[in-house]
Write a protein that binds this ligand. Structure first.
Ligand SMILES: Nc1ncnc2c1ncn2[C@@H]1O[C@H](COP(=O)(O)OP(=O)(O)OP(=O)(O)O)[C@@H](O)[C@H]1O
Ligand SMILES: [Mg+2]
Length: 367
């Protein structure tokens, strides 16, 4: 094969969420720097995803096609991020028996400890670190398993679109790739000024993806993914809670959620504002409780360290007041992330910067 120098690789990246499909066309440079040429956000057709698999390939592809045409996509190669539900992940300590093949031992542990059909799943594992447990050499492994039939439904989408499938990834991997780069944050200083916690060890951190139907908890240590769990509650549950407590329709509830956020005016709070606040905070607290459980589980059961900071991504992370609220309850600095603050990512001028926050996962897998 002849390689032509300086040719840039065009790549299309598609992140399929319950609510929005995020489509990004990038150029990947020689040094792996990314140029975002264009992007578009499509509405996910209702009921087209079931248990993590694409059920209505036709509806999903026609929606993607429309957006691809809109933004004039040229790329032929594509990567896709699947919906977060129905991905199984675990952390194991596996004894590294001298003279035995570690790969075999890990596979044996998986078959004994994970209650899944091994033939029907695609299983990946990563060795995180080697330790000595009372003199016994062990390795810490991170395992993910996804049904092959689910993966196929995503490949079907790319094939149907006439694209060449390069990879199907889970959201945790795309977030991990993204957060592997240097990120400039702005709010950190204010947090450290406000809270005299001294030096916090931030080498272990969480990335929380607030989606519409799900909230994904990722924990990374030294930028390597060590824990992942999908909480089956998300920003749409806020809308539902408002609908349940007021006479609002769901679209109106979502609009009010975005306007009011978790912030109540100091004076003259109306009864309605208070009702909306109470509806939302109930759901948020339930999600926070489950996030907290994940942190505890990671620290105690996955041999992890304390979480030193949190990044929030996903459409739901834009909820007004959420960042401050999370800092108060989780007692660690919480950062929102913009694409503009990442090393090695350039963005076509003229793109709508406001909506770039949706793109962390789709950009992540291109890295
Ligand atoms: N400014 C805002 N304030 C609060 N919520 C917002 C705001 N903007 C968008 N959202 C919410 O974000 C959600 C959509 O986010 P996103 O596109 O990340 O979800 P998704 O990826 O489709 O869902 P999932 O990850 O669960 O599959 C919607 O519920 C929407 O109401
Ligand atoms: Mg999502």
């Amino acid at each position: 094969m002849v390689t032509i120098p300086f040719i840039k690789n065009n790549l299309l990246s598609i992140d399929i969420g319950f609510r929005n499909i995020k489509i990004v066309e990038v150029e990947v440079g020689k040094g792996n720097e990314i140029f975002i040429k264009n992007f578009g956000i499509a509405s996910t057709p209702k009921d087209s995803i079931k248990n993590g698999a694409i059920k209505d390939v036709r509806a999903v592809t026609s929606e993607i096609k429309r957006v691809m045409k809109d933004i004039n996509v040229k790329a032929k190669n594509a990567k896709i991020v699947m919906s977060g539900t129905n991905i199984i992940s675990r952390v194991f300590m596996v004894e590294n028996i001298p003279g035995e093949n570690l790969d075999d031992t890990v596979k044996m542990t998986i078959s004994q400890s994970m209650p899944i059909d091994l033939d029907a799943h695609k299983i990946d594992y990563k060795i995180l670190k080697e330790v000595k447990d009372e003199g016994v050499p062990k390795v810490k492994v991170f395992v993910t398993a996804v049904l092959k039939s689910i993966i196929k439904s995503y490949i079907d989408i790319l094939v149907e679109l006439g694209l060449k499938p390069i990879s199907v990834d889970i959201p945790a991997n795309s977030a991990a790739k993204f957060f592997n780069r240097d990120i400039a944050t702005s709010e950190s200083d204010t947090w450290f000024k406000k809270n005299k916690y001294g030096k916090l060890d931030q080498s272990t951190f969480a990335v929380l993806d607030f989606g519409s139907e799900t909230t994904i908890v990722n924990i990374l240590k030294d930028r390597v993914l060590e824990f992942n769990k999908v909480i089956l509650r998300g920003s749409s549950n806020l809308d539902d809670a408002i609908v349940g407590n007021t006479d609002k329709k769901v679209a109106e509830a979502e609009r009010l959620k975005k306007i009011q956020g978790l912030i109540l005016p100091e004076l003259n709070v109306s009864e309605e504002q208070e009702l909306i606040y109470k509806s939302m905070i109930g759901v948020i607290d339930d999600i926070v409780r489950q996030i907290f459980q994940c942190f505890e589980f990671y620290e105690k059961r996955c041999f992890g360290e304390k979480i030193g900071k949190v990044y929030i991504i996903g459409g739901g992370s834009q909820l007004l007041g959420l960042r401050d609220y999370l800092e108060t309850v989780l007692q660690v600095p919480v950062y929102t992330v913009g694409l503009l603050s990442i090393e090695g990512i350039k963005i076509n001028s003229g793109l709508d910067v406001e909506r770039l926050n949706y793109l962390i996962n789709s950009v992540g897998i291109t890295l």
